[in-house]
Design a protein around this ligand. Structure first.
Ligand SMILES: [Cu+2]
Length: 573
C-alpha cells in the first residue's frame, strides 16, 4: 500500500516526488529535474542564435583538401552500444566540412505536454555555403540526453522560409526527425545550398510523458561547407523532395488497428490497406516529378510499430522489373525500402530503432511526369498504433556530379539494402514491462464492481473511478450501455491531454518505452482528449462503444503511459 500511495502521489500531487518517480522508473537520467547549475555557454534564449562550434565559421578554414582525413565525430548524438548484428554507418565529417552544433532552448516544457509548437527563427550558419549532413538530438539542463520514456521529440521539421517546398505549398521542409533520430547525409559531390540570408524556422512536438515541468534544448549538428571553401568547388545542388503518406497535413498521421491489413503478413500498409484514405482528393502520398533529374538519397521516418517506408516511381508506359515492382500496380518501380531496425528486445514496439538510408552511391534517374510516391508498413499483429507517420525525404539534383552514373529504375533494380543512420542509443534502454515496485498497479480483474459515474472525470492524472493505482471497485455498466470519460486536465496550461486506450489485461507492468502498448484484442482509443487543434480530438469527453461484449477492459493513457485504469461491462444488470 505504501508503494501504491507513493505512486499515486507521484502521479497526482508532488513535483518533487514525481522527480523521484521518474528516476526510479528510468535507467538513465530523467527529464524531471532541472539542476541548478549554470547553463553551458552555447545555451541562450529561445529563438536566438547560439554560438557555432567551432567559432571559425565566419572565416572558414579547410584543414586539407589534398589528403582529406575523415574526422571522427566527437559531438555526434549519443552513441552506441550495438546489441545485435547491425552495421550503422561510421559517422565522419565529410572532407572540407565543418561540424556546426546548434541548440534551440531552453524550451519550457509543461507537465505532460504533447503540443505542436513553432519557433519564428532558429540558429543557423552565418555564411553562405552547403549543408551536407544533419543530425538531431535533445538535451536537458545538465547536458544529458533524456530517456525516451521520460521526454522525447515526437517530431521536428526544419523549414527554410526563403524557398517554397517542392511537394506542398509550404516553406521548404529540408530536414525532419522524430525520436528515431534519423540523421540525413547527402552523398559526396552534392549539397543543399544555403544562403546566410535564408530564414529558418522549426516546427516541433515535444512529448513529456510525465506530469512534471522541465526544460529542454533541441540540438542539431550540421556538417557545413562554406561557399568560399575549396571543398565547395563543383558541388552539385540538391533540393529536398518531401514525400509523406499525409503530405501537407498539419499533423500527418494515420491509425493502424490491431488485426487490420494483410491477414497473412500481419502488416498494415498505408495508404494501400486503408479504405478511401484521401476521399475524393488527390492522393497525398504522390508527387508528380516537375523536371528531369536524379534522386541521390532518401531515408524514412516512422513511429513504433513501423516496419518500413517505401519509395515508388510510376511511369506511364514503362514495364516494371519482376520482383522490383509494386504488387497490383502497373508501371511502378520500387526505388527503396527504408527499413526499421529494432534493438528493442520486444520487437517492433518502441523507439529503440534506427532507419536505413540509401547507400552512398545510390542514384536514380527520374523524368518529368513520373509519379513519385511513398507508403508506410506497420506491424498489425502485436498492437494498434495510433497517430502513426510515414515520411521519406529524398534529395534530388538536376545534374549528376562528375563521374557519377544513375540507373533507370525500369531497366536496373535500384531497391538495394540500405545502411543504418545510427546505432543503438542509450536513452532507449528503459523498456518497461516487468513489475515496477514504485507503481503497484492493481489487477482489475479481481476487483468488485461499482456503478459507473456519469461522466467519470480524469483529474490530476488520475481516472476518478477504476484507476489501477487506487484499486477501488471497477466502474460498471450493463452490456449495451456506455461509460463516458471527461478530461478535466485538458485546459491546464497549454493543455494536458489524456487518452483511454485499450491494453491487454491486466496491463500492470512497469512503464517504459516498450510498455504498455495498445495490444488488447478489442481495440478502442479515445483520441487525445482536449480542444487545442492537432493533435487533440477537439473534445474533452469520450464514450465507450455500446457494442463492447461483457468483460473487464483495461486501458492506459498513450500520452502518459503510467496512467492505467479499467472499466467493466456486465452481462446482466
Ligand atoms: Cu494522460
Amino acid at each position: 500500500m505504501l508503494n501504491r500511495r507513493f505512486a499515486l502521489a507521484c502521479l497526482a500531487i508532488s513535483a518533487s516526488l514525481l522527480a523521484a518517480c521518474a528516476s526510479a522508473s528510468s535507467s538513465s537520467s530523467s527529464g524531471s529535474s532541472v539542476p541548478s547549475i549554470s547553463e553551458p555557454d552555447t545555451a541562450v534564449s529561445l529563438a536566438t542564435v547560439t554560438s557555432d562550434t567551432p567559432a571559425s565559421t565566419d572565416a572558414p578554414t579547410v584543414a586539407t583538401t589534398a589528403n582529406p582525413v575523415p574526422v571522427t565525430v566527437a559531438a555526434a548524438p549519443t552513441p552506441t552500444t550495438i546489441k545485435r548484428a547491425a552495421k550503422p554507418k561510421v559517422v565522419v565529417t565529410p572532407a572540407g566540412a565543418t561540424r556546426l552544433h546548434y541548440e534551440v532552448g531552453p524550451i519550457d516544457i509543461q507537465p505532460g505536454q504533447n503540443t505542436i509548437e513553432y519557433t519564428s527563427s532558429i540558429p543557423k550558419p552565418k555564411v553562405d555555403g552547403w549543408i551536407v549532413r544533419l543530425a538531431p538530438n535533445l538535451r536537458l539542463a545538465d547536458g544529458s540526453t533524456p530517456a525516451v520514456d521520460v521526454i522525447h521529440l515526437h517530431h521536428g521539421v526544419w523549414l527554410n522560409t526563403s524557398a517554397v517546398d517542392s511537394t506542398s505549398a509550404l516553406p521548404e521542409r529540408f530536414f525532419a526527425a522524430g525520436e528515431e533520430k534519423t540523421a540525413v547525409e547527402i552523398p559526396a559531390g552534392y549539397g543543399y545550398p544555403y544562403k546566410a540570408s535564408d530564414g529558418w524556422m522549426l516546427n516541433y512536438m515535444i512529448h513529456n510523458l510525465w506530469p512534471t515541468a522541465t526544460k529542454i534544448w533541441i540540438q542539431y549538428d550540421i556538417d557545413f561547407i562554406a561557399a568560399d571553401s575549396p571543398a565547395a568547388v563543383g558541388l552539385v545542388p540538391v533540393r529536398p523532395i518531401w514525400t509523406d503518406v499525409q503530405n501537407g497535413s498539419v499533423y500527418p498521421v494515420f491509425d493502424v488497428i490491431k488485426g487490420s491489413g494483410d491477414p497473412l503478413a500481419h502488416t498494415y500498409t498505408y495508404p494501400d490497406d486503408a479504405s478511401s484514405p484521401y476521399g475524393s482528393r488527390a492522393p497525398k502520398n504522390e508527387w508528380v516529378v516537375d523536371r528531369d533529374g536524379y534522386i541521390v538519397a532518401t531515408a524514412g521516418h516512422l513511429h513504433p510499430g513501423g516496419l518500413h517506408t517505401d519509395m515508388w516511381l510510376r511511369r506511364a508506359g514503362a514495364t516494371p522489373l519482376d520482383g522490383h515492382a509494386k504488387t497490383n500496380t502497373a508501371n511502378t518501380a520500387h526505388l527503396f525500402e527504408s527499413t526499421a531496425h529494432y534493438w528493442e528486445p520486444a520487437g517492433a514496439v518502441s523507439w529503440d530503432v534506427a532507419m536505413t538510408a540509401t547507400p552512398p552511391n545510390w542514384r536514380v534517374a527520374v523524368r518529368k511526369g513520373d509519379v513519385l510516391s511513398t507508403s508506410a508498413t506497420y506491424d498489425s499483429s502485436r498492437a494498434s498504433w495510433y497517430e502513426s507517420m510515414g515520411i521519406m525525404v529524398a534529395w534530388m539534383a538536376d545534374t549528376l556530379a562528375p563521374s557519377d552514373t544513375a540507373a533507370d529504375p525500369f531497366a536496373t533494380a535500384v531497391d538495394v539494402a540500405g545502411s543504418l543512420t545510427h546505432g543503438h542509443l542509450a536513452e532507449n534502454d528503459h523498456h518497461g514491462g516487468p513489475f515496477d515496485p514504485a507503481f503497484n498497479y492493481v489487477d482489475s480483474l479481481a476487483l468488485p464492481s461499482q456503478p459507473a459515474a456519469s461522466p467519470i472525470p480524469i483529474s490530476s492524472y488520475v481516472y476518478s473511478q477504476g484507476d489501477m493505482l487506487k484499486g477501488d471497485p471497477i466502474p460498471t455498466v450493463t452490456a449495451g450501455g456506455t461509460i463516458t470519460y471527461r478530461n478535466d486536465d485538458a485546459s491546464i496550461g497549454k493543455g494536458q491531454w489524456h487518452t483511454i486506450t485499450a491494453c491487454k489485461a491486466p496491463c500492470t507492468g512497469g512503464t517504459g518505452i516498450a510498455y504498455p502498448v495498445a495490444d488488447a484484442d478489442i481495440a478502442f482509443d479515445s483520441g487525445q482528449l482536449g480542444v487545442g487543434g492537432a493533435p487533440t480530438a477537439g473534445r474533452i469527453s469520450w464514450t465507450t462503444p455500446a457494442t463492447l461484449p461483457a468483460g473487464t477492459y483495461t486501458y492506459f493513457c498513450r500520452i502518459h503511459p503510467a496512467m492505467r485504469g479499467a472499466f467493466r461491462i456486465a452481462a446482466t444488470p
